[in-house]
Ligand binder design. Structure first.
Ligand SMILES: [Zn+2]
Length: 279
């Protein structure tokens, strides 16, 4: 099939009547890939040959249509199995090699894998759940509860001051990477509340002029990143020291090592640089 340049998520009920012809394999949070780093999708023939060797936890379950004519299924394995000419890699290693369409497929596949693992039993009564026939949900027949794939919304913001932007070094990064500020939206908050709170908590400043930038599904393990641009309003940087161990204003022409544009953080930074260069 070659690279996937177009990927369409399809409605759950419709998916169940389609014959698949390619398979995305996930095991223990890792993806099957080629040695070049590209995604390895098995054809139906390839899948049928190895099927008996696979300990399948979930699936085959539809994830969508690749290149407008290849129905694609997700297969979640109990553990990685050695398969010819392929290797298992953490998704972050595969990410830079993916097309935008492959990213959509992988993001959906990984999140469904986590969902199938985490909802094998009912969180309310403890009974084993089953995949529901009409909804993409794990269903507890004992107490009639539905468990849909869980998506956790997060805000991610680039704060700017003229030709400078605020980037932070997170304590969880082992490298010199600096990134935009991000955090989960808490229960009861609006998206805007979360932007203001998160920035104040992490770096002690107030922001103004929030503008929506765009969003990105981020499957580590199931975030929906909602991106904003904001301007500095008042306050000096005062880091929390907990999540962040350094934060500074960087001129657009002298940025530190920043995330690639595969992530919305990298896209926000690139957008800011482009805007400065044009003005
Ligand atoms: Zn139950």
């Amino acid at each position: 099939m070659g690279r996937i340049e177009h990927f369409e998520l399809c409605e759950y009920q419709a998916e169940q009547h389609i014959e698949p012809d390619c398979y995305l394999l996930v095991a223990g949070g890792e993806l099957l890939s080629l040695s070049s780093g590209e995604l390895a999708l098995l054809t139906r023939d390839e899948f049928e040959v190895v099927q008996d060797r696979l300990q399948i936890r979930h699936g085959p379950a539809y994830v969508g249509i690749a290149n407008q004519r290849h129905p694609c299924q997700l297969v979640v394995l109990e553990q990685p199995v050695e398969l010819a000419n392929t290797l298992w890699q953490p998704p972050r290693a595969v990410l830079p090699h993916l097309t935008a369409a492959e990213y959509t497929l992988v993001s959906r596949g990984l999140q469904l894998g986590v969902w199938a693992r985490d909802h094998a039993y009912c969180g309310s009564c403890g009974a084993k759940t089953v995949l529901h026939g009409k909804e993409r949900a794990m269903h507890c027949e004992a107490c009639n509860k539905f468990y849909f794939p869980r998506i956790n919304p997060c805000v991610i913001t680039i704060v700017t001051k003229g030709e400078y932007c605020l980037l932070a070094h997170h304590t969880r990064y082992a490298t010199d990477f600096y990134s935009t500020l991000a955090g989960f939206i808490e229960a009861g908050e609006t998206i805007e509340d979360a932007v203001h709170r998160e920035i104040f908590e992490e770096v002690g400043i107030r922001v103004t002029n929030l503008h929506y930038f765009g969003s990105q599904s981020w499957p580590f393990p199931g975030q929906l990143m909602v991106g904003f641009m904001a301007e500095h309003a008042e306050g000096d940087i005062c880091i929390d020291g907990d999540e962040i161990d350094d934060a500074r204003w960087f001129h657009y022409s002298e940025l530190p090592q920043v995330p690639g544009t595969v992530s919305i953080s990298g896209q926000l930074i690139q957008h800011f640089v482009d805007r400065c260069q044009q003005s």
